[in-house]
Design a protein around this ligand. Structure first.
Ligand SMILES: [Zn+2]
Length: 370
């Protein structure tokens, strides 16, 4: 008898499993029958629900949380309008064209709350939508905290990219002591065009994006040697942004742009000739940008922005070469506590951004920091 009862219980559990989600019944018969989320990447997610009750269902709400680094948990609530009736089948479409999209590899947690006219209320268990770009058959390879996903190219291609990833993390750790705190996903699209297909309103020139709050990077790198060389640099650059973001994340302020971009440029390896030329030309023409100006977002004009990146690389390299890794790590930790730009520099190095500017210009008279 006992055995049979146990088997029956098992059968019921299995049956409930098949009919997931398990209907939630409040006393008196308010029941959520089904819930689901249908993805149409990257445009939308449609959340669906069916429910019934003895009394008219008057209130249906969807709550969702985008799972990413936040200073405080942000829950969105959507009231889904329903005609009061005892049986409800409704849906809400999250139109990403209005809100901006979510990257592949991200996820959204959600639950429903349903109330009826007799005052009964049911809240469903937390469910999760995993955002994926199902246009391609992704293959993943993981090393340490980094996973690379790709769908075109051979073993050599992906190994080269993984090696560049490891080298970038090693270089960053050597230069600053900063290391990845949580896992990173890197999506390698086979072209910039494929990458743009994953984005809402992409810009024409988009070849790579770092979603720092999600610890996700998406890049368009074709499996040929030209793109590979570029891809290795971009991975090193964007990965550095993610690490630095994880290490310094705080609700009070951002990093000065010269520090954020300078560290990312240093991680790429030696400066490319375009940047070197821009530096010497600006020095000759008396057009070098002040470190204070470089703390703000860079110019959108190509020439100015090349110089801004080049100078940031040099200023950061100067700080590392002259004052060492421990101080750079201390500087990042000071920013993590929400310090202002000048204050952080003064605390760690004893000079502010103008002092840094003067020191770096004097050093540049003798040539580049290699
Ligand atoms: Zn950057």
């Amino acid at each position: 008898m006992i055995k049979k009862a146990a088997l029956t219980a098992l059968a019921i559990i299995l049956l409930l499993g098949v009919l997931a989600p398990v209907p939630l019944r409040a006393a008196g018969g308010l029941t959520v029958l089904t819930t689901s989320a249908v993805k149409d990447f990257p445009a939308s997610i449609t959340f669906k629900i069916t429910a019934e009750s003895d009394a008219a269902i008057t209130d249906v709400r969807l709550n969702y949380v985008v799972e990413r680094m936040e200073h405080a948990r942000i829950t969105s609530e959507v009231y889904v309008g329903v005609e009061p009736t005892t049986s409800v089948a409704t849906q809400w479409v999250w139109d990403m064209r209005k809100t901006g999209g979510l990257p592949p590899g991200s996820s959204v947690a959600y639950w429903w709350t349903v109330s009826d006219a007799s005052g009964k209320k049911v809240k469903t268990a937390l469910a999760r939508v995993q955002i994926e770009d199902n246009r391609y058959d992704w293959v993943g390879i993981t090393e340490g905290k980094v996973t690379l996903y790709w769908y075109r190219g051979n073993e050599f291609f992906i190994k080269e990219l993984m090696t560049a990833t490891r080298a970038a993390l090693d270089r960053l750790s050597e230069n600053t002591g900063a290391e990845l705190e949580s896992p990173v996903r890197i999506y390698i699209y086979a072209s910039a065009q494929d990458l743009r297909g994953s984005m809402i309103y992409p810009q024409d020139w988009t070849g790579g994006v770092a979603f720092t709050r999600y610890s996700i990077i998406a890049l368009g790198i074709a499996p040929n040697l030209n793109d590979l060389a570029w891809g290795k640099r971009v991975i090193a650059h964007e990965l550095t942004h993610l690490v630095i973001h994880q290490v310094t994340f705080n609700p009070y302020g951002e990093l000065p742009t010269w520090l954020d971009e300078g560290l990312a440029m240093v991680a790429e390896g030696p400066l490319e000739s375009t940047f070197v030329t821009a530096l010497y030309k600006a020095r000759t023409d008396g057009q070098l940008i002040s470190v204070r100006s470089l703390a703000s977002p860079f110019s959108a004009y190509a020439d100015e922005s090349i110089l801004a990146y080049a100078q940031s690389q040099q200023v950061v390299k100067y700080l590392i070469d002259e004052y060492g890794r421990e101080k750079m790590l201390k500087l990042l930790m000071t920013f993590h506590q929400g310090s202002g730009y000048d204050q952080a520099l003064k605390t760690v190095y004893g000079f502010d951004m103008d002092g840094l500017d003067a020191q770096w210009r004097a050093s540049f008279k003798g040539g580049l920091v290699q």
